[in-house]
Design a protein around this ligand. Structure first.
Ligand code: PHE
Ligand code: ZN
Length: 881
């Protein structure tokens, strides 16, 4: 495939289906190589479709065994089979049944879409368009059907047989070594939510009673021997179910809820109705094999998939352009859950870091697209930070703009009005327009317009008049296909900070919405506050109230004051980040030199020293976020053009080393004060202490490698959990030498039989910012722990390398050709993983000319390959456009 050849699918071309499928009866005989799928479809013409149309069913890599209409075999002329599907030329213009038998080979399915094998189990992945790889179907989300599924397999091979809904029958197949299970899902659903699992799996389980009083059997299924690691996922499930009842008034709606962990999975997890299938990385946890970060992501992703039951399944998407309808909203819901379970400001800071690192960089490059794309060639390439994370930011802004009460009423209205339907963004927004009485048509531009807005702000104090005037302006840079941008609705949460804290906000301006929020909905505006008794420092975009860049003319001294006094925790963190970012941008772009940077380092160190002494103990998780400087990639994005990764890295390293040195004594004392008491517990407070201790270790290691190495080795030897061991390894990777190599080897021995832990070990090495890393990564590809066939391994080692700012972007281009070669090799077996990896090139245009040319030719090399998948062809084409 060349990308030019793939058809462009456009939102404006949406038409309802000509046919509907009310019921689906599947009978699936699982077999490693020849799985037989008999499908009985209850079809009828769609009153909203075109009468007399042929029936065009989607299919992909299927072998058709036979097809019957109302039980009668169809003659050869009555249908055609194409590579894209099955066409029934002249179906009756009334309800009828179609019985289709197909044969698929799960063992040969390396794309991990449709029915495949993972560690001796059968499993499926159907979103977005995998169901057509199991049987012929109208594989589009607005065709919703009631499924009954009979699964059959050899008892010894697959004692566990699961599908969606409730289990209605089980039994042995008389006279054979096979057994069966029948599942019925009463809720009509699109095909992308279908799932089955078969295998020898262990499980943990718990009974749950919903707020409405219905009993639900919860279970988490894992590979044999791993049930001891499934408890945290189950515990998280119970907590998020209660939370959804309490906060969104949502109860679960089946008798069973199953989660299954598999080791080969293209994404994080999947919300199939009543049968969520997970990448095992987001299920398995115990203190020896999972970090604090893993515990937190498991909790978040279990919640995310569970929350989809209402936002995604009960209410699904009319078409794939509406993907953000379920994803943005569900990310918002899982972020809120984690904020309530843990620390809200710390969660917000972590989410904003991710947003900036992934979504802002996507928005700034050739792959930028609106939260609701207008056209696509391959939908799998649109499961992006823009759809997910920016989609969640849009919901967050909506809540700020209309207020929590109207937001709640709007959600209730949405659940009531759209339940059981395949909905659109327009229908969603209409609920909030109604609940708030506000016109949201301008707000809706967030779904149409790509790019990260920049807010420019400056303020003036008039001592005589006791007024403070804030001038705000917005602009959004051009993105592919959208050269001209219009203003968007930006809620700017703010405070005016005086000597004794926040000053009262008085203004007659109608841009001021109350509650400390200015609505910037035009190119520029000014707001004058009265009765301002002293010159204030503006604290803008509190809590990161809009996904925008802020250019604020505040000096470092004022920012450092905000850092120590702002009542908004997010902006305290942001203020210090801003000082560090400015220093690194100045130096990393060559505008200032190292001597100047050292002056800045001392200012930052002084502020941090005071902060650590007085406040770190009160909130270690927050303090850990404060200690972590912006990453080199953040600085590259801020510089934005003619980027020299080596210069940025050098600046980052010098700044960190200077701060680490200046704070050495303070950090050591702090580490002792935080020393672990009692056995490992994954809760937010214990995790926060570890985070701060380990952040401190990293800074010490950069500042004084000798002391750092000694501390890291001690920590590795004495640790009782993976979080601390991995932090020790990470600190050692900053310090070249024999001790490092020895620790790397010991880590591998200790975890030789733990693939998920070795992923972290692979990644830690792939991230080493040294010229030897490329050879090291090539060597590691031959390590028994590595396999190109497993997405987690590829993401850890190759994805890790592609995220290594200096080594992926080597001046000689060897990093680019290495990754490009792997993309090409991987494309033959798993196009989705290959195209995600190719996305690592998304920032190539901002590089200095030498690297830019080398990255471009690596992309061109990929693009010119014959027989590319549509996934990779599409990314290559858009990246080069
Ligand atoms: N819908 C899944 C989620 O976010 C993501 C996913 C997409 C998984 C496509 C597999 C395939 O929750
Ligand atoms: Zn999701």
């Amino acid at each position: 495939m060349r990308a030019e050849d793939a058809p462009l699918i456009r939102l404006e071309d949406y038409r309802p289906s000509d046919w509907l499928i009310d019921t689906v009866d599947l009978d699936i005989a699982l077999d490693e190589r020849e799985t037989r799928v008999r499908s009985l479809l209850g079809l009828r013409p769609n009153p909203g479709g075109q009468a007399g149309a042929p029936l065009v069913l989607d299919g992909d890599e299927l072998t058709l065994a036979n097809v019957k209409l109302d039980g009668v075999a169809l003659g050869a002329g009555a249908y055609s089979v194409t590579p894209q599907g099955l066409i029934i030329h002249a179906p009756p213009q009334r309800g009828f049944t179609l019985t289709v038998e197909t044969v698929v080979n799960p063992s040969a399915n390396t794309k991990l879409m449709g029915l495949y094998r993972s560690s001796n189990a059968y499993c499926t992945q159907c979103e977005a368009d995998g169901f057509r790889r199991i049987t012929y179907f109208l594989d589009r989300p607005d065709v919703m059907s009631v499924y009954t599924v009979r699964l059959e397999a050899r008892k010894a091979e697959a004692p566990v047989l699961l599908s969606n809904g409730n289990r209605v029958a089980t039994g042995d197949v008389i006279g054979s070594d096979r057994h069966f299970a029948v599942w019925h899902d009463p809720h009509p659903k699109p095909a992308y939510l279908f799932a089955l699992v078969g295998g020898a799996l262990d499980h943990v389980r718990e009974d749950y009673v919903t707020a409405e009083g219905n009993k639900v059997e919860l279970a988490v299924y894992v590979e044999p021997g791993k049930a001891g690691r499934a408890g945290w996922a189950l515990d998280s499930l119970v907590r998020c179910m209660r939370w959804d009842e309490r906060v969104f008034g949502r109860n679960y709606d089946l008798d069973v809820f199953n989660v299954v962990a598999v080791s080969d999975f293209n994404m994080g997890a999947m919300e199939n109705k009543g049968l969520n299938i997970f990448n095992d990385k987001y299920v398995l946890a115990d203190p020896q094999t999972a970090t604090d970060g893993d515990y937190a992501s498991i909790e978040a992703i279990i919640a995310h998939e569970y929350f989809h039951n209402w936002t995604g399944n009960r209410i699904t998407c009319r078409d794939w352009f509406q993907l953000c309808l379920k994803e943005g909203l569900t990310v918002f819901r899982d972020q809120e859950f984690s904020s309530d379970e843990r620390s809200r400001p710390v969660k917000r800071i972590a989410d904003v870091r991710t947003l900036r690192a992934t979504q802002f960089s996507e928005d700034a490059g050739p792959l930028a697209h609106p939260v609701r794309p207008r056209a696509y060639k391959e939908i799998n390439n649109f499961y992006t930070p823009t759809v997910y994370e920016k989609g969640a930011e849009v919901i967050r802004m909506l809540k700020v703009l209309i207020g929590a009460d109207a937001f709640k009423r709007g959600m209730d209205l949405y659940f009531e009005r759209c339940d059981g339907t395949a909905a659109t963004i327009e229908e969603f927004l209409a609920c909030f327009a109604e609940s708030s009485g506000q016109d949201l048509s301008h707000f809706a531009r967030w779904y149409e317009q790509a790019g990260t807005p920049t807010i420019t702000a400056s303020g003036r104090y008039d001592a005589a008049a006791q007024t403070y005037t804030l001038d705000l302006a917005q602009s959004t840079p051009p993105t592919p296909g959208q050269p001209e941008k219009l203003p968007v609705v930006l809620p700017v949460a703010l405070g005016l900070v005086g000597k004794g804290g926040d000053l009262p906000l008085h203004t007659g301006s109608n841009a001021y919405a109350g509650n400390g929020v200015i609505v910037l909905d035009r190119p520029s505006l000014s707001v004058t506050f009265s009765d301002v008794a002293e010159p204030p420092i503006p604290s803008l975009l509190r809590g990161f109230s809009a996904p925008a860049r802020l250019e604020l003319d505040l000096g470092d001294a004022d920012l450092l004051k905000l850092f120590s006094t702002d009542s908004d925790s997010f902006n305290r963190w942001q203020a210090l980040q801003s000082v560090a970012t400015r220093a690194l941008v100045e130096t990393g772009s060559g505008a200032s030199n190292r001597v100047w940077l050292m002056g800045k380092a001392r200012e930052l160190a002084a502020a941090l020293d005071l902060f650590l002494r007085e406040q770190a103990a009160a909130d270690p998780a927050f303090a850990a976020q404060v200690l972590r400087l912006p990453a080199p990639a953040d600085i590259a994005r801020e510089i934005g053009r003619d980027v020299d990764p080596e210069r940025i890295h050098a600046a980052h390293r010098s700044l960190s080393a200077e701060i680490g040195n200046a704070l050495a004594a303070r950090l050591a004392t702090l580490r002792e004060a935080l020393a672990e008491s009692g056995p490992y517990a994954p809760d937010a407070s214990a995790a926060g202490q570890r985070a701060l201790r380990n952040e401190a270790l990293g800074l010490i290691a950069i500042g004084d490698p000798d002391i750092g190495a000694r501390l890291a080795q001690l920590q590795f030897a004495g640790a009782d959990n993976l979080t601390d061991r991995l932090a020790a390894l990470a600190a050692m990777t900053l310090i070249p030498g024999a001790a490092r190599e020895e620790l790397i080897a010991r880590f591998a021995e200790r975890y030789a039989s733990e693939p998920l832990v070795l992923d972290k070990w692979l990644m830690a090495q792939a991230l080493i910012a040294e010229p030897g890393t490329l050879d090291r990564v090539k060597e590691l590809m031959r390590h028994p722990a590595f396999s190109l066939g497993n997405p987690n391994r590829v993401r850890a080692l190759i994805g890790g390398f592609a995220a290594n700012l200096t080594q992926f972007n080597r001046a000689d281009g060897a990093g680019y050709s290495f990754v490009a070669d792997i993309v090409i090799a991987l494309d033959r077996t798993n196009p989705q993983v290959a195209s995600r990896l190719l996305g690592s090139f998304r920032a190539w245009r901002m590089l200095e000319p030498g690297r830019r040319a080398l990255a471009q030719s690596a992309l061109a090399m990929v693009s010119n390959m014959p027989n590319l998948s549509r996934d990779v062809a599409d990314i290559a084409e858009r990246a080069l456009a």
